[in-house]
Design a protein around this ligand. Structure first.
Ligand SMILES: NC(=O)c1ccc[n+]([C@@H]2O[C@H](COP(=O)([O-])OP(=O)(O)OC[C@H]3O[C@@H](n4cnc5c(N)ncnc54)[C@H](OP(=O)(O)O)[C@@H]3O)[C@@H](O)[C@H]2O)c1
Length: 295
């Protein structure tokens, strides 16, 4: 299948390119700046602000499938630079969705658990979003652009993605391994519950949504919901780090530029029931993470 990955230099996008190549796809990729992922794929450096450039790549590469992992993912950065957040997380998505429809490509767009306010947790794909903060709002509006502009589409929401080596921004898992591996104490929130999601696992689920041309909203994240201290302690147990380096703290006590959901937690039942690639338990994901880090 001819497949275009947008955001190929990022954490999920770089894994997705490898996953698709292994599955026999003919891959074209869009990233920003120099190519920083591995694998045989034609590469186009195009900013999400460049609507003509994005459309031209779609027209020339003629993909049957477009997978969009590109986004402005720095949550506090989005709060400080709302216009850039809107350009990447809304305008760029709308351009790609329109190009997908015009060329008849199936469009899979990666989104976030942050579309929910985090008051109750346990959100199903049918739960009503209530985004708070610029990152969350722009990702939610990006979802609506996909729903209204793409012909055939799926939205794949994920959460706290980790992997090694870090690509794109440093991620929560890579930061913890760096710090705890050096014996540096860390403070972690014990009042923010999330589905930690290994990038490899997210890539497998997103690739399957695309290859099978499944439609609608999906939760493509880790299976377990834990707070950040529980994640840190489970990571210490797998890596042999000292758990006493972790001091619990409260997100509620810290002044962050952008609000974050407290009780996130995505229900993965539909994904488990439908996909061959299942959401991994935290135990399985951390086991694979050890293998990634130690080689
Ligand atoms: N990471 C998480 O914890 C998390 C949680 C929930 C949902 N998600 C969603 O998962 C998806 C993949 O995220 P990720 O973890 O792979 O993030 P990532 O590593 O930050 O990758 C995002 C990619 O988008 C690119 N990008 C950003 N702005 C751009 C622009 N204006 N023009 C062109 N490219 C641009 C970045 O380019 P550069 O490499 O040049 O910066 C980066 O390679 C995103 O939709 C994100 O919202 C992520």
């Amino acid at each position: 299948m001819r497949t275009l990955v947008v955001g190929a230099n990022g954490l999920v996008g770089s894994r997705l390119v490898s996953t698709l190549l292994t599955a026999g796809h003919h891959v074209a990729a869009i990233g920003r700046g120099d190519r920083r992922f591995k694998g045989e794929a034609s590469y186009h450096s195009v900013d999400l602000a460049d609507a003509a450039g994005l459309t031209k790549v779609v027209t020339t590469e003629k993909p049957e499938l477009i997978l969009n992992c590109a986004a402005m993912t720095d949550v506090d950065g989005c709060e400080r630079e709302p216009e850039n957040a809107w350009t990447a997380n809304v305008d760029g998505v709308a351009t790609l969705a329109k190009a997908a429809k015009a060329t008849g490509a199936h469009f899979v767009h990666v989104s976030t658990d942050y579309v929910f306010d985090g008051v109750t947790g346990n959100y199903s794909p049918d739960s009503i979003p209530n985004p708070r903060g610029t990152y969350a709002v722009t990702k939610y509006v990006g979802e609506q652009a996909v729903r209204s502009l793409a012909g055939s589409w799926a939205i794949a929401r994920t959460a706290v993605v980790f992997g090694w080596p870090a690509a794109g921004q440093k991620n929560f898992g890579s930061w913890l391994v760096d710090a705890l591996g050096k014996g540096t104490p860390v403070k972690l929130f014990d009042d923010q519950w999330v589905n930690p999601s290994m990038a490899l696992n997210v890539a497998d689920m997103v690739a399957e949504l695309g290859t099978r041309k499944l439609t609608g909203i999906w939760h493509t994240c880790g299976a377990d919901v834990v707070d950040r201290v529980q994640f840190g302690k489970a990571l210490c147990a797998k890596f042999g780090f000292d758990p006493s380096l972790i001091t619990p703290s409260k997100m509620a006590d810290v002044k962050l530029a952008s609000p974050r959901p407290s009780r996130s937690g995505l229900d993965v039942k539909k994904t488990v029931d439908t996909l061959i690639a299942k959401p991994w338990s935290l135990d399985v994901a951390l086991g694979r993470f050890v293998t990634e880090v130690k080689g």
